[in-house]
Design a protein around this ligand. Structure first.
Ligand SMILES: *Cc1c(COP(=O)(O)O)cnc(C)c1O
Length: 391
């Protein structure tokens, strides 16, 4: 069909730069090892931190829910798509996060867009970290509020932003809890101190911290003992929780308001029973099997130390996300391709997702990896890294 030739030019440019990517097909379940192009490879690119995508309790819960409640819900939440299990999951999430109430969205992305686009108006301002997730950026694009970006984790710049925005009705500071490309953690205790000093609100997006940081994986707010001092916590059910969805944990007033005003919640169908039931089971697992989180962190230490000892630049990660920074985007893509040929899946990431000269292969270990998996992966990183003269 004619009409999209103008797109082809841009795609050709990407190909020339070596940054055009085909979608990777997984031919198995999402485990520590997966099948790609008919070969078993070690998976170091999923967000399946605790291995819950394949946990027997989640699978059993999903199957049972399908048998009893069917494959879909047939409606949005606000018409007839709210099943008892949806409400129960929200009660459990609120309890788990030590908040008054919680509301589940179809994804973490829509949770951020729903909250940021609806809670503020032209009398308000959003103050956002420069490296926040795309869904926060898009949510901010949809708000009528003013916006102010502060330099990544720069508390002096955040304070300056607070000083310059005193005339607004409400000021909302927004930050990722764990930053998804570098794996560093927000300086939440300082952010909360500043917010209290300047009477601002705080919103933390704990997508990469849910199930990873805090007691039983409650997130960075719990990790820093800031329960009750952060106004809005966004979490995802799609990463460590192993299923799909996002949620907002906050006050009853915020929940009630979002039900009436958050457009992704209002105008998009609710989660199928299998998803909701599996999320319930995942919370049970977080409470009953904290050893999975211990294993995740033991694996993280082992793998991060291994990469550093080999001489790779792993940036300043403080989480299971470990970037292996190589510089040029084309080199990162080549590095990733060679790793895959040698049996390790590590995604290459370049501009515009990260800065132009900071392209990388991003790795995430999980609790499901054995020490042998990780040692094999380190050996592959060593040989490919040497052959490409990265180390
Ligand atoms: C992954 C991610 C999201 C989106 O979550 P989904 O549930 O996958 O839509 C939102 N915020 C951050 C910081 C993320 O890393």
């Amino acid at each position: 069909m004619k009409g999209f030739e103008y797109l082809q030019d841009e795609l050709d440019q990407l190909r020339k730069k070596g940054t055009f990517r085909d979608l990777v097909e997984i031919e198995s379940d999402q485990g520590a090892r997966v099948m790609i192009e008919g070969r078993e490879v070690i998976q170091l690119s999923s967000n399946n931190y605790l291995g819950l995508t394949t946990h027997p309790r989640l699978k059993a819960a999903a199957l049972q829910a399908v048998e009893k409640f069917g494959a879909g819900t047939g409606s949005v939440r606000t018409i007839v798509g709210t099943f008892s299990m949806h409400q129960e999951l929200e009660k459990r999430l609120a309890e788990f996060k030590h908040t008054e109430a919680a509301l589940v969205f179809q994804s973490g992305f829509t949770a951020n867009v729903g909250v940021l686009s609806s809670l503020l108006d032209e009398r308000d301002v959003v103050i956002s970290d420069a490296l926040n997730h795309a869904s926060i950026i898009d949510g901010i694009r949809l708000t009528k509020a003013a916006r102010r970006i502060y330099q990544h984790s720069d508390m002096a710049d955040l304070e300056k932003a607070l000083q310059e925005t005193g005339s607004y009705r409400k000021r909302l500071i927004v930050t990722d809890g764990v930053f998804s490309m570098d794996g560093d953690v927000a300086r939440l205790p300082e952010i909360v101190e500043l917010a209290e000093q300047y009477d601002a609100l705080v919103m933390v997006d704990d997508a990469h911290a849910s199930g990873v940081f805090g007691r039983n994986g409650r997130g960075t707010v719990d990790h820093f003992d800031l329960n009750g001092r952060v106004h809005i916590q966004v979490g995802t059910l799609s990463k460590a929780i192993g299923v799909l969805g996002g949620y907002v944990a906050s006050t009853q007033a915020v929940r009630d308001y979002l039900i009436h005003r958050a457009r992704p919640f209002l105008f998009s169908t609710s989660h199928p029973p299998a998803v909701t039931a599996a999320c319930h089971a995942a919370i049970d697992v977080l409470l009953d099997e904290p050893e999975l989180i211990d294993k995740l962190w033991a694996n993280t230490r082992f793998f991060k130390n291994g990469l550093q000892q080999l001489g790779f630049n792993t940036g300043h990660s403080e989480s299971p996300i470990t970037p292996v920074i190589v510089g040029e985007a084309a080199l990162a893509m080549k590095f990733s391709d060679h790793l895959l040929q040698a049996g390790v899946m590590g995604t290459g990431i370049g501009f515009p997702t990260v800065a132009e000269n900071a392209a990388r292969v991003r790795t995430i270990v999980t609790a499901a990896h054995s020490t042998e998996d990780l040692q094999t992966a380190l050996d592959v990183f060593a040989s490919v890294g040497k052959s490409l003269q990265i180390i």
